[in-house]
Design a protein around this ligand. Structure first.
Ligand code: SF4
Ligand code: SF4
Length: 237
């Protein structure tokens, strides 16, 4: 690139940058102003409600607070800004009870992380947006949040209304109609016929002629004996 083209390139880049800057200035000239003229406007100064400036422990008109001295906020504080001191007292019914003695908070140590407020189970502490906390010595940044002579607010017992007793409807007479049972006639003196299968009786063979075949010699001998016997019988007659 020649020296003349470099010159004009730089010139146009400078003009473009100048126009961008002038456009931002022109735009901001007409937008709503947010700059606060502090401390001249102290009476009209508006600070966001969410601004965390000072940890406080709200007390009611009876000088009572909600802190139970459980120490959870002290345990959750990442840099040891809170110190909870408690004492044991005896209640009317003779039981020992832990109550808050002093609640110390060091503004000079606080990082305004809000962990103490978020973890408090009793909603006993909260951050205020009162930001004018400048002092001349560091010791003055250490504060006691519970008021002198204050005490813990007793929880009111919520009396629950008695549950309405549901009245059962009065039934004068209950008729239960049962369907007529189907009566089957009893079977009396039924004739039981046993079917006996016919037994095939085979005729017994009586006086069956038995032919015994003897050998010839014995047969002849037997014939002779029979003839002799028959002759004897005829002679005797
Ligand atoms: S401020 Fe809350 S968390 Fe901290 S000791 Fe009191 S009741 Fe417990
Ligand atoms: S805001 Fe954070 S640092 Fe400050 S006291 Fe609470 S827990 Fe500790």
């Amino acid at each position: 690139m020649s020296s003349i083209s470099k010159y004009f390139s730089g010139l146009f880049t400078g003009i473009k940058s100048l126009l961008v800057g002038m456009s931002v200035t022109w735009k901001e000239l007409w937008t709503k102003k947010v700059t606060q003229q502090y401390p001249e406007n102290r009476d009209t100064l508006v600070i966001s409600d969410r601004f965390r400036a000072e940890l406080t422990m709200p007390h009611d008109e009876n000088n009572e607070h909600a802190c139970t001295a459980c120490g959870i906020c002290e345990m959750n504080c990442p840099n040891g800004t809170i110190t909870v001191n408690f004492k044991m007292v005896e209640t009317e019914d003779g039981k020992k009870k832990k109550v808050l003695d002093t609640y110390k908070w060091d503004l000079g140590m606080c990082t305004f992380c809000n962990l103490c407020v978020l973890t408090c189970p009793s909603d006993a502490i909260k951050f205020e947006n009162t930001f004018e906390n400048a002092v001349f010595t560091r010791d003055k940044l250490k504060q006691q949040l519970n008021h002198e002579g204050s005490k813990m607010r007793e929880k009111k017992k919520v009396e629950r209304p008695a549950a309405p007793v549901a009245k059962a409807p009065v039934v004068s007479e209950v008729k239960v109609e049962t369907p007529a049972a189907e009566v089957k006639p009893a079977v009396v003196d039924t004739e039981v016929k046993a079917v006996v299968p016919e037994v095939e009786v085979k005729p017994t063979v009586v006086d069956a002629e038995v032919k015994v075949e003897l050998p010839i010699e014995e047969a002849v001998k037997a014939d002779k004996e029979i003839e002799a016997e028959s002759k004897d019988e005829t002679t005797e007659k």
